[in-house]
Design a protein around this ligand. Structure first.
Ligand code: ZN
Ligand code: ZN
Length: 350
């Protein structure tokens, strides 16, 4: 089969490789659709995911949907979510939680697998989804309901991360929300925040096409930070108080500071964007204003919610899919996603 592998920084190749065999507790899955994520692009040039080195020779990719073609030995299907059936068999369409908790560390024992100290990840430490087939531990998988298309299903994982971010914010109905960065993740966060009862969602995004996608989705306050003083606008829209909750989804020093300035005293900033290096911030406003800075990583039992939001049509994850390519054009897809701000979400289809 064809698989897109990371061999080193700026050395990603499409190669022929053996179809993997499912080991104990695993499923063999034929990939139907897989999304290219900013994380994949980062790995291809920097070779790491949250500081963990990608294994040379690893198959990349982690946002996917596929058909189960074989069930390995000793597989147990867990009823993880009330919204999603656990009845997985050969022929079932599944998606998978791509982070791989060790299951035995201090955090895993307490059910916090997303911050496991020995966490692994599909497409980083273990072969991922930019291939015709993938093996994945059955306990990471969820059945994809019939109503969800393959295109939509490729967006389950990023939406689950957005659900996690909004959970972490502890936002309440009526809150004013600022989202900085309208890439696929920022737009998903904005959608979930709006659904969660935000009275106002303000989005800041420098690129016009990304702003247009957000506006087309129905967001009324989409700001161009190159033209507008974002903090000033947030203050004006909130009568000088500031946003109850800010989500920083760009991961830049400048926008982290902007978020801290725009959030109200006593408010919360959820850091979703992962900066590529250290960020300098003036902590005085956090201290004196009792502003909470909250980290957010991956997903924590959020797949059921994400699947249900898509299934019921409450979130349209396809609004950011700008390009669809055949799986064998994965290298072109990654290049496109890297080079064009108008390639917001590129999905590869088998
Ligand atoms: Zn991703
Ligand atoms: Zn662990």
């Amino acid at each position: 089969m064809k698989a897109c592998k990371y061999f080193g920084n700026h050395d990603v190749r499409l190669v022929d490789t053996e179809v993997p065999r499912p080991e104990s507790g695993e499923l063999l899955v034929k990939v139907l659709a897989t999304g290219i994520c900013g994380t994949d692009l980062h790995i291809s040039t920097h070779g790491d995911w949250i500081g963990k080195p990608a294994r040379p020779g690893v198959t990349m990719g982690h946002e996917f949907v596929g058909d189960v073609v074989e069930i390995g030995p000793d597989v147990q299907f867990l009823q993880k979510y009330p919204q999603v059936s656990s009845e997985i068999s050969v022929g079932s369409r599944i998606c998978a939680e791509p982070h791989l908790p060790c299951g035995s560390c201090w955090w895993c024992i307490r059910g916090q697998g997303n911050i496991c100290s020995g966490i692994g990840h599909l497409g980083v430490t273990r072969d991922g989804s930019f291939a015709e087939y993938i093996t994945v531990s059955a306990d990471r998988c969820s059945l994809v309901p019939e109503e969800i298309t393959n295109h939509e299903a490729a967006g389950i994982e990023p939406l689950a991360c957005a659900v996690r971010a909004v959970h972490r914010s502890r936002m309440e109905i009526g809150d004013t929300v600022l989202v900085i960065g309208a890439g696929p993740m920022g737009q998903d966060v904005a959608k979930v925040a709006a659904l969660s009862g935000a009275s106002l969602v303000i989005i800041s995004e420098p690129h016009p096409y990304r702003r247009k996608l957000a506006a087309d989705y129905g967001f009324s306050h989409v700001l161009d930070p190159q033209e507008t003083d974002v903090v000033g606008q947030v203050m004006e829209l909130t009568r000088g108080i500031g946003a109850d909750v800010a989500f920083e989804v760009a991961g830049l020093s400048e926008t982290v500071n902007q978020a801290i300035s725009a959030v109200r005293q006593g408010g919360r900033l959820v850091q979703v964007g992962v900066p590529t290096g250290a960020v300098t911030v003036d902590l005085r406003r956090l201290v004196i204003g009792e502003i909470e800075l909250i980290g957010e990583h991956a997903t924590h039992w959020d797949f059921g919610t994400a699947i249900d939001l898509i299934r019921t049509g409450r979130v349209d994850v396809t609004s950011v899919i700008t390009h669809t390519l055949p799986l064998e054009q994965v290298l072109e897809g990654m290049e496109l996603a890297k080079s064009s701000m108008e390639a917001v979400k590129v999905v590869l289809e088998a």
